[in-house]
Design a protein around this ligand. Structure first.
Ligand code: PLP
Length: 391
């Protein structure tokens, strides 16, 4: 048996990606150009959405989304503490503040019953300063978007979805990316498709699309490709806003085109792996396999987030490492992080369910490059470690 250390995550990069990146390098057009445009077009068609903008990270994309919906100084955005700091930091980029809604302990997604109360209370306190809801589809399972859209619409709020984990994911049969006002995907190295660094901002709204397009690249009213290919006045451009530098280079889009083409196959493999883990672990005492709220919907399975007795978790992680298996923990909730904790005066009990889920959570490796034999190793290691704790 091969006992080399099994990393927690690895991208799957084929010869197609390599050839396409080399082709960009040889063509001389390495930054944003025809391949980024093609990636956007194919992504929009895959999702079934009107506009798609390739960016250099999901973080950039979330920033653009909030800027486009008009978030500014002193505004409030309702979001989840059970996420990576990027979801919240973009709110602070615009000098606005997050207001956190605690999660459902089993899915780690925003608790929508609680959301109704959090929104009502925020509006009572801050009035029209409350502008948006930012759900995160944890691990690749959609939040209850029907309730979230209802709550948003009845309170005049916009919805920006952090879909960094959720390609491809559906809610009630609808693709994530066609539901909220703006949705942002991530192609970071560990995500379900990867361009090293990268993201995609999608929307159905023409006005928001226009703003996102302008702000993505310096506030230009035309992008570089149009500029150099326009039959007239190739040198002419106008700056209409102090925009950002968030464009995706063609060398990244070159990877993205081929990763996207494999997205369904990748998803099928991840789903099969998740089911195999579920079967192996579902009867283990003191362990809770990931809760799936709507089995008829697609789950992207970016993470396989298992929960266990909280006293076990830290040592469990270490013992898995002894067995040569890389695990991780998602997430350390934001309200425990020094910046967020100190700025808003949080204690662990400010969001007790996010805190409890964090104490119990362990993420097992789930990625398409893993072989069946490697997954068997993970399962056997997990069962052995479990036996040490559960006696
Ligand atoms: C990875 C991640 C991001 C950030 O994505 P980048 O492309 O690295 O900027 C944002 N939110 C969540 C929930 C993530 O997991």
């Amino acid at each position: 048996m091969d006992n080399a250390f099994l990393p927690f995550a690895l991208p799957e990069i084929g010869q197609e990606e390599i050839d396409e990146v080399v082709d960009s390098m040889k063509s001389g057009w390495i930054t944003t150009g025809p391949k980024a445009a093609r990636f956007e077009k194919e992504f929009a068609s895959y999702i079934g959405c009107k506009h798609a903008f390739a960016v250099n990270s999901a973080t950039s994309g979330l920033h653009l989304a909030l800027e486009a919906i008009g978030i500014g100084r002193g505004d409030k955005v309702i979001t989840t503490p059970y996420t990576f700091t990027a979801t919240s930091e973009v709110i602070r980029y615009l000098d606005a503040d997050p207001i956190y809604c605690d999660v459902d302990e089993r899915t780690c997604n925003m608790d929508v019953d609680l959301l109704e109360k959090v929104v009502a209370q925020a509006i009572q306190e801050h009035g029209a300063k409350v502008k948006a809801i930012m759900p995160v589809h944890f691990a690749g399972q959609a939040c209850d978007m029907a309730r979230i859209m209802d709550i948003a619409r009845s309170n005049g709020l916009r919805v920006v979805e952090d879909a960094a984990h959720s390609l491809p994911t559906t809610f009630d049969g609808k693709m994530v990316g066609t539901i909220g006002d703006v949705t942002v995907f991530s192609f970071y190295a560990t995500k379900t498709i990867a361009t090293a660094e990268g993201g995609m901002v999608v929307t159905e709204n023409d006005e928001l699309a226009k703003r996102i397009k302008i702000m993505r690249l310096h506030g230009f009213n035309r992008d570089a490709w149009d500029r150099y290919n326009s039959p007239k006045a190739a040198w002419y451009y106008e700056i209409v806003a102090p925009g950002y530098k968030y464009n995706m280079p063609d060398m990244a889009a070159a990877m993205g085109i081929h990763q996207l083409a494999k997205c369904d196959a990748f998803a099928a493999k991840r789903t099969a792996m998740a089911h195999r883990y579920n079967e192996a672990f579902k009867h283990l005492e003191g362990v809770r396999i990931p809760h799936v709220e709507r089995p008829s919907d697609r789950h992207a399975w970016h993470l396989y987030a298992i929960q266990m007795q909280s006293e076990w978790r830290d040592a469990f992680f270490d013992r898995m490492k002894d067995f040569g298996i890389g695990c991780s923990v998602h997430f350390i909730p934001l309200h425990l992080q020094p910046y967020w904790r100190d700025r808003y005066g949080f204690t662990p009990e400010s969001f007790p369910r996010a805190f409890a889920a964090f104490k119990r959570e362990l993420s097992l490796p789930i990625y398409t490059k893993m072989t069946d034999a490697e997954q068997t190793r993970v399962i056997e290691a997990f069962k052995s470690v479990h036996a040490e704790f559960a006696r």
